[in-house]
Design a protein around this ligand. Structure first.
Ligand code: PEP
Ligand code: MN
Length: 337
């Protein structure tokens, strides 16, 4: 961090600031030029808020030269993190597909879809039990009963399950969930992030609708700061001025997140597009950009789905997509599992 001092800053106040910074364990390299005087801080500045420094009357400006995230930062952990969910590995050259319905609707529905996506090559089963819906009058999910149906589908197929937690009060219900999803709307629910950080279970963290990549990584940092480094990042489309799709898929998030962090990155083309026919080209683009996996919504009868039918693939469409994705990922050197 570099602090630029105001011209003619009183020496006594500058000294007081330096003493406070030293008390926080930082070394200070001061340098005086003809026009400005600067303090270079050496040490761990992640807990020093720029706003706190800027509030000091002797400070003209402050610049951060290192990122405020450490545990998620590739600079301090160059090797890719591999997250293992059941027998499935994601990251570090391992590629996996998560598929299933937006919402669990019935025992038959979730099992039918689970068997179909498993046959087509998906290794993890998704399904929402607690649903974050824009309207309180829309289907809210089968809640605890939905989790039971997912467990039953896991029992029958052997597929690990991926489902969203919305609330810290529900934590006891999620203790045996294989991959806990924190959805876009909860990306900055910091209490929830801390709580899943203490769970020591893999977490799928989705990017908020209007979150920057640094904000997404800082949310991963919350989970990791509690001791859980099994975090997978998910780009699922962001809000832009474009209205012809539900969201805009930010493909550039894949290479940028991989530069910023060592965590696996998966793409959810279903929520990004909001339209089933666009899932295939976006999924291919994600693989080509280097994603470590995909999350795709599949429904046995999309027209009658209780949630997100328009973006859901039929089992046949999903099988056709897998027929293209797996060879492409293999061609790019990934181990598909
Ligand atoms: C979902 O995956 O079911 C979901 C609600 O996604 P998002 O949080 O990305 O909207
Ligand atoms: Mn959905």
């Amino acid at each position: 961090m570099i602090i630029i001092l105001k011209q003619n800053a009183p020496e006594q106040q500058v000294q007081a600031l330096c003493d406070e910074l030293k008390a926080r364990g930082l070394q200070i390299h001061a340098s005086t030029g003809s026009e400005a005087r600067i303090l270079g801080l050496v040490g761990d500045t992640k807990a020093i808020a720029e706003s706190w420094v800027r509030a000091n009357p002797v400070v003209e400006d402050v610049r951060r030269v290192t990122e405020p995230y450490k545990k998620a930062n590739r600079k301090f952990h160059p090797a890719d993190t591999v997250v293992q969910v059941g027998n499935t590995k994601i990251g570090g050259g391992n590629f996996a597909v998560i598929a299933g319905p937006c919402s669990v609707e019935s025992e038959e529905q979730v099992l039918t879809v689970a068997r179909a996506v498993q046959t087509a090559g998906a290794s993890l089963l998704r399904g929402g039990a607690f649903k974050p819906r824009t309207s309180p009058y829309s289907f809210q999910g089968m809640r605890a009963e939905g989790l039971e149906l997912l467990r039953a589908a896991r029992e029958k197929t052997g597929m690990p399950i991926v489902t969203e937690i919305m609330n810290t009060e529900h934590l006891p219900l999620f203790e045996d969930v294989d991959l806990i999803q924190v959805g876009a709307r909860n990306m900055q629910n910091f209490e929830l992030l801390r709580a899943v950080g203490r769970m020591k279970r893999p977490v799928l963290l989705k990017r908020g609708l209007s979150a920057t990549l640094e904000e997404l990584v800082m949310s991963a940092e919350y989970i990791m700061a509690e001791g859980n480094d099994q975090v997978i990042l998910c780009e699922r489309g962001i809000r832009t001025f474009e209205t012809s799709m539900r969201n805009t898929l930010d493909i550039s998030a894949v290479p940028m997140l991989k530069k910023m962090t060592h965590l696996p990155v998966v793409i959810d083309p279903s929520h990004a597009a909001g339209i089933a026919w666009m899932v295939e080209p976006l999924a291919k683009a994600a693989v080509a950009a280097g994603a470590d996996g995909l999350m795709i919504e599949v429904h046995n009868d999309p027209a009658r789905a209780l949630c997100d039918g328009a973006q859901s693939l039929t089992p046949d469409q999903f099988a056709a997509l897998m027929g293209q994705i797996a060879p492409l990922a293999g061609y790019l050197g990934k181990r598909v599992n």
